[in-house]
Design a protein around this ligand. Structure first.
Ligand code: RB5
Length: 153
């Protein structure tokens, strides 16, 4: 699968672990930075990963920061992004199956490397169910985005 991954300085070290793990599994991983523990601003990294997703150059994204929260908040400002912090396997799987989550956010100061790898695997294996009720709800989410764009215009 084509994956875009990014992290701020808080998530940098865990990102390197995940990039290696995902490449060993055969995924096509685009590493969108950052490239060190030098402080950077998570919205800049979130933008890079989110834009790659909405342009169709990646099928799923993974974002890391200290808590996962800031990265998720920033990414969800971009139309077409459905991001969430998931630190349990149930949410990482059901977030895709029911909500078509396309961007997994992880807190590198919250969880360890083995859990992060498991969560990434669960997230990437999950598929949107396409169930009518979930499609209906997603369409309402898209309508919220559209209403926002119209209000801004
Ligand atoms: C950076 O110190 C930290 O605020 C960031 O990594 C993240 O936790 C934000 O949500």
């Amino acid at each position: 699968m084509k994956i875009a991954i990014g992290a701020d300085h808080g998530g940098y070290t865990l990102k390197t672990t995940l990039v290696e793990h995902l490449r060993l599994l055969g995924h096509d991983v685009a590493d969108m930075g950052t490239d060190s523990t030098e402080p950077v601003d998570y919205p800049d990294i979130a933008r890079r990963v989110a834009e790659r997703l909405v342009l169709g150059r990646a099928e799923r994204g993974i974002l890391l920061c200290g808590s996962g929260v800031g990265a998720g908040i920033a990414a969800n400002k971009i139309a077409g992004i459905r991001a969430a912090v998931c630190h349990d396997a149930f949410s990482a799987r059901q977030g895709v199956e029911d909500d078509d989550m396309n961007l997994l956010c992880l807190g590198a100061r919250v969880i360890g490397a083995e859990l992060a790898k498991d969560l990434a695997d669960v997230f990437l294996k999950a598929r949107f169910s396409g169930a009518e009720r979930h499609v209906r709800r997603l369409n309402k989410v898209r309508a919220l985005e559209h209403e926002q764009e119209c209000a801004e215009a």
